[in-house]
Every structure is written in structure tokens, then in C-alpha cells.
Design a protein around this ligand. Sequence first.
Ligand SMILES: Cc1cc2nc3c(=O)[nH]c(=O)nc-3n(C[C@H](O)[C@H](O)[C@H](O)COP(=O)(O)O)c2cc1C
Ligand code: SF4
Length: 607
Amino acid sequence: MTVTSGSGSGSVAEAVSATIGRYRGNPHYVLQMLREIQEACDWISPEAVDLLQSELNLPRTKIEGVAGFYSFLYSRPRGRYRVLFSDNITDRMLGSIELFDYMCEQLWVERGKTSEDGLVSVDSTSCTGMCDQGPALLVNSYAITHMTRARVDEICELIRSKTPLADWPRKYFHVDDQILRKDILLASELAPGDALVAGLGRGADALLAEIKASNLRGRGGAGFGTGLKWEACRNAQGKARYVVCNADEGEPGTFKDRVLLASYADAVFEGMTLCALATGAQRGMLYLRGEYRYLLDQINAVLARRRQGKLLGDGILGRPGFDFDIEVHLGAGAYICGEESALIESLEGKRGTPRNRPPFPVTHGYLDQPTVVNNVETFAAACLIAKRGGAWYSAIGTPASAGTKILSVSGDCARPGLYEYPFGVSVSEVLEACGAADAQAVQVSGPSGICVSQPEFGRRIAFEDLPTAGAFMIFNRSRDMFEVARNFVHFFAHESCGFCTPCRVGTSLLKKLMDKLNNGHGSLYDLAEIEKLNHLLQSMSHCGLGHSACNPVLDTIAKFRPAYEKRLQHTEFEPAFDLDRALRKARQMTGRDDAGAHFTTVPGEQK
Ligand SMILES: Cc1cc2nc3c(=O)[nH]c(=O)nc-3n(C[C@H](O)[C@H](O)[C@H](O)COP(=O)(O)O)c2cc1C
Ligand code: SF4
């Protein structure tokens, strides 16, 4: 892996001109340009925006709007070293908060702020997809896992001595695969080109028929039939067709796409190429989440190798007219860009705001043309079907859920990592395999999924029972399920794109209600408010993020009610603002803490 230093000393004009040259001045690459400018100059200065605006002939507001949307892009100086601690619940369970505070102390910097000398900022970010090896953080977008106090000390020293990131010890940037159970996909020994030769042998029509016969359903969560999607794209009117691989993998607790791209990238690209064969597309794009920046060079090297081997480019495998190539776009810290229409907006260089649907991407996708968007795992699975046929594939799993599913297992277990199982595996089988003896709950499919409690451990991973994009987060009996739900609610409030009012306001109100309960001011009234918010979010939100934002709270209220009840200090409504608590600082300053200095007594608080 090559780590870009981000010296901050790069000339803005040079950085802007280089990136514009790389993308031939195409405004659809604005996001990529902004990202590259930041890598060279550490932030996106007004000067950089001026230059981009005049060179690309774009309104300034458009460029600023894009820069302002993505959380990894900075329109104000943020330090030469930008540290972001992963804030998933699994990182917290491994001690990330203490390490975060410890690093701030060591570097004399406030949480979320930039140090006075402009050297470093330390903040948190949503789950970085390293849940099997946390606590994790990003430094200038590069992941460092297995954080400990000793590692914090070493990193602080490197920062203080201004050591360029490129000179930091390589071992810091090593990310493990941790594959612990292989089945047909992860154990497959297909060589690059094998599936493509098989697909070409069958021909486009027969290949499509096999994909349909396999009953392969999308692995990104919604489970739409892959064959139907490919067919709809092929039959749609358009000047061009596109194949998009969704590697945004932002759902907290999911990291299987990271491993597929690290060690099975050929299969993913081959699946995309099969899709191009079936649909007639000539251009493919892989949207890689910004947190996986460390994979970019390695993935591009795989693409280059495939071009050399005639597995990409013009006349693939000597077939005149079979022209297809793939490019990688890097995201910049926005969970919503995993939603397929937001992802397409982002690919077009815009803010990642979900589109109205219908029309769907299969008819009106990238540049309004027919586009297939599939998850990383879906494309990899298509290779097996091209080689071994739809009937073979559909016989694995359950009747409604064909094939296997890769689970990203994390949390309270002895062996976190990837487990591939045929659909139909029960929660308890997975728990046994990963060494989770004392589990009280499993969050299946991340915060937007389902919280499964111990009496339900006989339930099965399958579209007809527990559908999942892959996350399998385990919580043992020592964990407070209220805190788990509160972390998820904070995630949704942070990641709401703000486009529609019910979600923008609703997720923020939900977060406030959960914080209010946490601070000991909750009442039954607040639980009723949560129910009302759920109704609002479910019925009025524009996209899936808003629809599912209340799921973790409702699930945990239903299954772990005592965790909420112990926080209900009042039966009547209680305001969230606590005057006595607010006056605590004043008491400290005056050195007065007698009974008369208190407005009231806060339950559980020492006078
Ligand atoms: C808020 C939100 C986030 C999503 N994130 C992802 C993601 O990270 N990866 C993914 O493949 N699908 C994600 N999806 C689902 C995609 O919109 C889309 O259904 C999927 O990429 C289609 O691929 P598939 O048919 O292979 O599953 C997300 C959906 C929503 C509503
Ligand atoms: S539901 Fe939320 S994330 Fe989706 S468009 Fe509305 S504000 Fe954005």
C-alpha cells in the first residue's frame, strides 16, 4: 500500500491543475478533484475553489455545495494530520472513547478542534468498517486498526515530530482479512478469466437466463432479483448502459466488501464484466467508500492487470465489440451515498442526495442512462453462476434465498471476522462458530436492521426470516442495550443528508429524546414521542435511511424494556433542560456546593 503524505505544502495551483488534467476537465469528477486537492494541500481553500470554478466553468455554489456535503472534505484548515476515531458501538466496546480522550490529552487538543499550531485535529467519524479489529481510526483517510494506548503514544510522537505519513511504520496500516469460514464463494478457486470464458461460451442471452434461474438476490440489503435487474437494464432505452458496483459499505458492523475487494477483487470485476456482457454496457464504475482509501492503489493494480490480460478494455478475450472498462471513484465520508440513487448523484460529482424513485436506475441511472447498481458480493456471486450454472446455485441455501451469505461478525465473541454460510443458517449456529457463549442480543444487518434477542436465536439468516446486508454484531449480557440503540440513533442523526424535513428533524429529535432518557429526565411521555416519531419517519421520509432510523429504538424497547425503564425517573413529562446541572460550573467557580446553592436535587447526582 502506498500512503500519500499530504504534506500541506503543495501549491494549490499545481494541485488543481494536476487533478483537472487527470480528469480531462470533466465536471462529473468534481468530487474526485476535491478529494485529490485535499490530499495534496490538506484542505480545500477558497483559492482552490476559485481555480476549479474558472477552469471547469461551474457555479461556485455548486463546488462549495459538494465540498460541504462530504464529511471528509474540509473547507477550513483542519490540521496537517487529521485523526478520526471510528465511533461504532463495537469500537466503543473495545475502549475507543478512552483512547480518543487519551490522544486529545497527549496532543493538547480539544475533541473535534484543530490544535493551535494547526498541526493536528482529533475527532470521531461513523463506523470505518474495521469492526473485527477495532478500535480503529483514520489518519488522513488511512485506516489504523487494533488501537491501544501504546499505539496512541507512538502515533502522537510521529505527529509531534511531523513525520510524513508515508514514513510511518507500514505495520500500522496493515488491515487483516480474518476469513474464518469459507463456502462456495470464498473457497472458490476460479482463476481470473474463468467465469468470463464460461459466460462468453454461453452467450449474453443464456448467461442472463442462468442468472435469473439461479435466483440470485442482491446482497446489499434489499434483495432484489439480480437477473431481473440486469434484464430490465438491457431492455431499457438509452444511448449507453452502465454497470456500477456499490462498495460504499457504510452500514455500521459491515466489512465483508472490504475483504472481497482486498482479496477477491478479480471476482468482483469479473462479475461486473459479466453484467456488461449481459446488458451491453461499455463502462463500469466501482464506488469505493472513502474509509477504504488504503485499497485504492491495490484495486487499480488489479484493474491494470486485467487490462493487460485482455479481461478489460476493447475486444475482451478477443471478442470484437465486447468493450468494457472499469474505473474507481472514491467516496468521502457519507453513509447516504450507499443508497443507489444517491450513489449515482455522487458518481456524477454532486451532493449525495437520493433521487425520487421511480424512475429507477435500471432505466434512468448514471447520466440518466440505464444502469445496473449491484453490491460487491452480488457481482462476485455472479461469477460462480456463469461457471457452474443457475440450477447448481439455486439448489444451495433455502428456496427463497439461494446461495450463500457472507456475514461480518463483530462484538462480544472470541473470533470476529468473516463467516460465509449457505442461507438458512441459524443465529445460534453462527454464535457457536465465533465463540459467543454469553450473547444476549445480535444486531443483524446493522442499525437499520433487526435486533434479535436470545429467545430468537433459532431464527435464520434468509430473506424470508432475517434479511441482512452482512452485519452481525454481538452483545453479551454485560452490555446495556439502551446504549447500543443510543449509539445507532446518533449515527442516523449524523448521517441524515438533510434533504427532507421529516428525517432531518426527526432523527435529530430522536437523538435528543434518547439523550434525555440517558440524562435521567425521561418519562413515559418520551417513549410515546418516540412512537410518534417512528410513524413520521416511516411514512414521510424520502429514503430508506429515514424509514429505518427508529428501528433500533423500537426493537430494544420491545425486547430490552428494563434498560429503558431504569432510566424513567418520572411518569410525568420532564423537560430535558436541567437548570441545576447547567449551574454546576458556576458552583465550581464560586466554590459553593451547599444545599442552598442548588436549584433542585438531580436524581442520582451528588450534591
Ligand atoms: C441508506 C442506505 C444505505 C445503503 N448502503 C448500501 C451499501 O453501503 N452497499 C450496498 O450495496 N447497498 C446499500 N444500500 C442498498 C442500495 O440502495 C441498493 O439497493 C444496492 O446497492 C443494490 O445492490 P444489490 O441488488 O446487489 O443488493 C443502501 C440503501 C440505503 C437506503
Ligand atoms: S430520508 Fe434522510 S437521508 Fe433520506 S433523503 Fe431524507 S434527509 Fe436524506
